[in-house]
Design a protein around this ligand. Sequence first.
Ligand code: NAD
Ligand code: UDP
Ligand code: UDP
Length: 312
Amino acid sequence: MKPILVTGGAGFLGSHLCERLLSDGQEVVCVDNFFTGAKGNIQNLIGKSGFELMRHDVTFPLYIEIRQIYNLACPASPIHYQHDPVQTTKTSVHGAINMLGLAKRTRARILQASTSEVYGDPEVHPQPESYWGRVNPIGIRACYDEGKRCAETLFFDYWRQHKLDIKVMRIFNTYGPRMHPSDGRVVSNFIVQAIRGEPITVCGDGSQTRSFCYVSDLIDGMVGFMGTPADLVGPLNFGNPGEYSILQLAETVIRLAGTRSRIIFGPLPRDDPRQRKPDITLAEKTLGWRPKVSLEDGLKETITYFRHRLRP
Ligand code: NAD
Ligand code: UDP
Ligand code: UDP
């Protein structure tokens, strides 16, 4: 049997996915350019039979023989995707074209890791898949949001035009072990600050909301979706419908980490979405998928991971 390709396999979600697929007995080719990923994330997989690592940038063509593709390559944290915005759009758009071309030649099933960012700063709350979103096309988040939206367009055009076997998942904020300590996303930032006893940096007044999904729940959903019949193409929302303000998150992390860190307030980044919460009715109905890990339990696991990782 030909292997499964995971692009972005050395990143946070990708490394958990590679691990899961290998433990399910699959052969995996992990492709990554190590922009935000790291070999350390897949250290325990390197050398295992059935695992192959390729340093490659998905904006360039890739000719290999595979039977499924999980397309995760793309920086996900605002500070990283805004660092080189042109490259971010290239990764989403050229990356999608190349991976779709690869899927077309090999007739492989292909899953796209899309994002709740396609909803932008939403006026519909919670967000169902039928909502078209509100994205600023020329703002600082557009390289990511519009890149991902264009990738969705390409997936659906290859599906209609070339009868490709596609799955599009819209992932809402997901956290857990193996996020990089300087990843910049809110959960890892707050935990790292709490462990170091540094101030917790809340942007704005902290009243904006997010919904946080623990990584194991998300990976269950991703692998489950990949295994569904061909007529279920999505887009499907995956996330934890619990909704928290950023200030609530800060207070929860402070309590669970037992830190004396205080909260400081800074400017709100431009175009920062005010609210976000997935409507997961479709994923529940079609896959029977629902996240199981509570925010407190997931945060405790993640705090334990970072304590270990940051030990001098
Ligand atoms: P991450 O930054 O940890 O992982 C992204 C991986 O892609 C990294 O290993 C990086 O080196 C690699 N990469 C970036 N550009 C590449 C390129 N041009 N060629 C090859 N590899 C490249 O982020 P993550 O949280 O693991 O996100 C994985 C995917 O899931 C991304 O596509 C992201 O948009 C999507 N997603 C994640 C979340 C989340 O909350 N974690 C939410 C929505 C969508
Ligand atoms: N491609 C790739 N691997 C393959 C097949 C194609 O990387 O195995 C890339 C190739 O660079 C091409 C893109 O995918 O530009 C889109 O392929 P498609 O067949 O859709 O388009 P075409 O080759 O006709 O432009
Ligand atoms: N945020 C914050 N402090 C930080 C990092 C982020 O208050 O140190 C806020 C950010 O402004 C946003 C929310 O937390 O309102 C989630 O940010 P993140 O970068 O994790 O993800 P996204 O905005 O893409 O959902």
